[in-house]
Design a protein around this ligand. Sequence first.
Ligand SMILES: NC(=O)c1ccc[n+]([C@@H]2O[C@H](COP(=O)([O-])OP(=O)(O)OC[C@H]3O[C@@H](n4cnc5c(N)ncnc54)[C@H](OP(=O)(O)O)[C@@H]3O)[C@@H](O)[C@H]2O)c1
Length: 259
Amino acid sequence: MQVEGKKVLVTGASQGIGAEAAFRFAAHGAHVHLVARSAELLDLQVKRIKEFGGSATAHQADLADAEQIRALAQDVPAPDVLVNNAGVGRWLFLDDTSSDELVTMTAVPYMAALLLTREYLGAMRSRGSGWIVNVNSPVSRLPIPGCVGYQSARWALRGLTASLRLDLRGTGVGVSEVVPGKVSSEYFNNNPGAEERIPAIARMIPTVTPQQCAKAIVDAVEKERAEHLFPWQLKAFEISGRLFPGLTSYLTWKTGTHR
Ligand SMILES: NC(=O)c1ccc[n+]([C@@H]2O[C@H](COP(=O)([O-])OP(=O)(O)OC[C@H]3O[C@@H](n4cnc5c(N)ncnc54)[C@H](OP(=O)(O)O)[C@@H]3O)[C@@H](O)[C@H]2O)c1
């Protein structure tokens, strides 16, 4: 789907991957709706897009709140492209995680993507066109030790993507999953304790930038790609996980967090 002239909604667009994706969609001629909790950061991103000559609007919403998701869908009619990117979550052993924190890291990304997609799916199907992008983490393919809540939510997001892909076949509405390796965003400052838990073996995978993620997201829509894992070293690791599951899992465990 060409994005020029289209309406695109990006969640988690106040910073990081979402902010760069919003900017790139706008640079490709789309009108972008940016969604997050921080009104001030959203306004800065909208200003940046407009200064570049693009078109964008900010929408403050806490996507962990189902009521606010409904209100957002009332406010913004079904876009042509929905990017489910907002996400939080520290990496912790299950019994070290409070139940409130587990609910929060499942609410965003997983429940937010599920509920917001549900709000817009009917209109996309009636139009016979639309594209959904789910931004996911490598741990949705390659689980690591000491990260139960975060990676369970990412496996659920992967399940949502796979389920939608089957249901949407032949409808004109498509779905992509974009899975970057470690990204040089503020994620690890926003979710302290996670970075140290990346297993040593996974540190061989080079870090990518939010701008590279933005390119991958826009490309996924324009080229109608089902799935994009990058950089290639992550893809190689994922293939190794499928070919040699026991060995890959052992090395991830051996070089990962223990207690
Ligand atoms: N960083 C990585 O290494 C990496 C790698 C692969 C995948 N990912 C995934 O990519 C996504 C984006 O990550 P990032 O690196 O860009 O992280 P980030 O810099 O921490 O940005 C997260 C975004 O999500 C928004 N958000 C968080 N909770 C929200 C809520 N309740 N309601 C609405 N918006 C909310 C934040 O905005 P507000 O705080 O303003 O609400 C922010 O815009 C996440 O799902 C992450 O798991 C990240």
